[in-house]
Design a protein around this ligand. Structure first.
Ligand SMILES: *[C@@H]1O[C@H](CO)[C@@H](O)[C@H](O)[C@H]1NC(C)=O
Ligand SMILES: *[C@@H]1O[C@H](CO)[C@@H](O)[C@H](O)[C@H]1NC(C)=O
Ligand SMILES: *[C@@H]1O[C@H](CO)[C@@H](O)[C@H](O)[C@H]1NC(C)=O
Length: 295
């Protein structure tokens, strides 16, 4: 969690020198790296898409594996990201990893696993976070061979990135899902472990956590756009005593991403890129909430 100490500094620098992040990242490979977007649909999110392609090896080099497990429409989402990463940001290749809630055989398919190991970056598309868990884990939160291949590649240094549900699913901590995603639902009716209630309109969480590439935080996306501060505080409050509970959360706005470098080491550090809107970190009990706004 050392990188929280750097926030203020980084963000002050960011206010005046927007591209300080790029300078830092261009120079050397900054250990295990995550780029997490709070919802980056507009193809003009240039800094974020360029950062992903650059950290995955650069234009004409980056081979991106797209995880579509969260998406409700495999083909359309694959095509959407093909157009963005290939046609607009000049990745070398796109591989849509053929695994979702309805098609899980790819999890143990040697061809799929071999393809995953050819990639220089992975991008988790958005949708429903719990569908990522349903697709890429066996019972009892046992990761599939395909997910283990992604983790192995991440540990070996390839970029992992995601947007929206593809960011929310990254933590090892408790993961938010379901509901309307609003603070009203969470505050009024409480939060529930997925198996406790059948009504998916309640604010749900997965007590076993997400994919597990980042420790110590709950991540929320579309943060101010969908008024999610109340839901994140309630979720932290309700689950912090659990095995995968935590006191820390952060909310990422749309058209905003955080780049976390040296993940899982003493030098772990996060920087915000392409901020058009607030980025919020919350420490529970709710006394140290920080709100950073670009001018
Ligand atoms: C991107 O395009 C959308 C839709 O045209 C527009 O609303 C938005 O302001 C643009 N964003 C940036 C950062 O230029
Ligand atoms: C999975 O199959 C169900 C039932 O056919 C369908 O309603 C749903 O849209 C499918 N989901 C995906 C992600 O393809
Ligand atoms: C998705 O594309 C594949 C390959 O082109 C096709 O076989 C399949 O029917 C498509 N699925 C849907 C739901 O459109």
């Amino acid at each position: 969690m050392a990188w929280f100490c750097h926030y203020l500094l980084v963000l002050l620098l960011t206010v005046n020198g927007f591209l300080i992040t790029d300078k830092f990242l261009l120079n050397k490979r900054p250990g295990r790296t995550l780029v997490l977007g709070g919802g980056i649909y507009d193809d003009n999110n240039t800094e974020i898409y360029e950062t992903i392609v650059r950290l995955a090896g650069g234009a004409n080099q980056a081979k991106l594996g797209i995880v579509l497990a969260a998406s409700g429409d495999f083909n359309a989402t694959c095509t959407f990201y093909f157009n963005i990463f290939m046609n607009m940001y000049h990745a070398r290749s796109i591989y849509c990893i053929p695994i979702n809630v309805n098609t899980t055989s790819g999890n143990s398919d040697p061809h799929v696993i071999d393809e995953i190991k050819q990639q220089t970056g992975i991008f988790f598309a958005g949708g429903e976070p719990e569908s990522v868990i349903e697709s890429l884990f066996f019972k009892n939160h046992i990761p599939s061979p395909a997910l283990l291949a992604i983790k192995e590649m991440f540990n070996a240094g390839i970029l992992v990135s995601g947007s929206s549900a593809g960011a929310e699913c990254m933590p090892s901590a408790v993961m938010a899902w379901g509901g309307t995603g609003s603070s009203y639902n969470a505050l009024q009716f409480g939060t529930y472990e997925g198996s406790e209630v059948s009504d998916r309109d309640y604010q749900l969480y997965d007590k076993d956590g997400g994919v597990g590439l980042l420790d110590g935080f709950i991540i929320d996306a579309h943060f101010s756009e969908r008024g999610r501060e109340g839901r994140l505080i309630r979720l932290l409050s309700d689950t912090r005593h659990l095995h995968h509970g935590t006191d820390w959360g952060f909310g990422i706005d749309e058209d905003t991403a955080i780049v976390i470098t040296n993940v899982g080491t003493e030098d772990e550090k996060a920087e915000v890129i392409f901020k058009r809107a607030p980025f919020i970190s919350i420490k529970f009990p709710y006394q140290n909430g920080h709100l950073y706004v670009t001018p």
